[in-house]
Design a protein around this ligand. Structure first.
Ligand code: SAM
Length: 341
């Protein structure tokens, strides 16, 4: 272990002065959908893949959460794979929610299982959900997700609003030729529902060669929204997150734009990730990972590993500002479902 970790500065800052306050904790690689752009091959999301051998236990998740909060993390997001396929997700949620010092506990889900569990998650202490929804057309949804049922996700959204898991944010990965003809339907969802609909640029996390077949910059969303109503920026809505928000005049909800390729936000990065097999990842696009598993019984050593991860967060000044060069910089070997998106 390096010098007394517990004596280090109270701010958890990386060498570029960014304060790290946000942890994305993946609790499984498994998913009950198999979105073609998220996994590297069709079998990747299936139940059989994960043997359980390396999967973080409830206790591991809580140890990671506790150490992270002691270091200065104030927000944790549970993700995967699909976090709701874990039978012990309520226990994980409840344990993390009880951590003193944790201000925000959220979860990213495809919403398929949410209808039954939304109220229980809220009771366990979950504050809010982000729900992925790439199509509002039943057949297109089925196609993108490899068999998913749109009405299940829509029910999940409804129940989350009723359970107060708000603000409910809808994440749409914009895919050229696949769902760009649905932009209008998506932005119209914000008119009279208290939903934030956020469009995300497609990222080839494994440097996929044909990425530009699907990639579409998000200006297209603004063009479509402007045709419906004047679009105004929503001030002060970064909240440390990557989305830039706008609102169509008179609309209840907001439209968010997340452009990791065409307008990266690495200078504002405030996060670390832990994969469901216990590796801490300093950056989504970097190959670097540090295995936490050998250190679960020693919290000081675990903290030292968190600090190590902080030291190897990439320099935001070196991040390319145009999509083509940016993709060339991607080093990752894992798909999004394996990392925890
Ligand atoms: N199963 C959950 C869900 O569907 O939200 C959590 C995991 S999923 C990997 C998290 C988010 O990553 C989803 O919104 C998904 O659309 C997004 N995602 C996956 N692959 C992506 C890619 N290549 N580019 C951009 N976003 C991606």
């Amino acid at each position: 272990m390096p010098r007394g970790v517990s004596q280090l500065s109270s701010k958890f800052k990386d060498p570029f002065g960014r304060e790290i306050t946000y942890l994305r904790l993946s609790v499984t690689e498994q998913c009950n959908l198999s979105c073609f752009y998220c996994r590297s091959h069709p079998g990747e999301c299936s139940r059989e893949r994960e043997t359980g051998k390396d999967l973080l236990t409830i206790e591991d998740c809580l140890t990671i959460g506790q150490v992270a909060v002691e270091l200065g993390i104030t927000r944790i997001r549970l993700t995967g794979g699909e976090p709701l396929v874990r039978p012990d997700i309520l226990e994980i949620t409840g344990g993390l929610a009880a951590l003193p010092g944790l201000k925000d506990l959220s979860l990213t889900t495809n919403g398929i299982l949410l209808e039954k569990i939304a109220f229980k998650l809220a009771e366990a202490g979950l504050k809010r959900v982000n729900i992925s929804l790439d199509s509002l057309d039943e057949a297109n949804f089925r196609q993108i997700t490899n068999g998913g049922k749109l009405h299940s996700t829509l029910k999940g959204i409804e129940k989350s609003l009723q359970a107060g898991l708000t603000p409910v944010k809808i994440n749409v990965v914009l895919l050229k030729g696949i769902n760009d003809h649905e932009i209008e339907k998506f932005v119209r969802m914000t008119i009279d529902q208290d939903l934030d609909v956020r469009f995300i640029e497609y990222m080839p996390t494994q440097g996929q060669k044909k990425w530009s077949n699907f990639f579409l910059p998000l200006e297209k969303v603004l063009e479509v929204a402007e045709r419906i109503a004047p679009v105004v920026p929503v001030e002060g809505e970064h909240g440390g997150g990557p989305a830039q928000y706008v609102r169509m005049k008179g609309a209840t909800g907001k439209i968010g734009l997340i452009s990791p390729l065409s307008r990266h936000f690495c200078d504002r990065c405030n996060r670390l990730r832990v994969t469901s097999d216990g590796k801490i990842k300093p950056c989504l696009f970097s190959e670097a990972e540090i295995d936490l598993r050998p250190y679960f019984s020693d919290k000081e050593q675990l903290k030292a590993k968190f600090y190590e991860a902080l030291q190897i967060k990439p320099d935001p000044q070196k991040v390319a500002t145009n999509p083509v060069d940016r993709v060339m910089q991607f080093e990752g070997k894992r798909s999004m479902t394996q990392i925890g998106g």
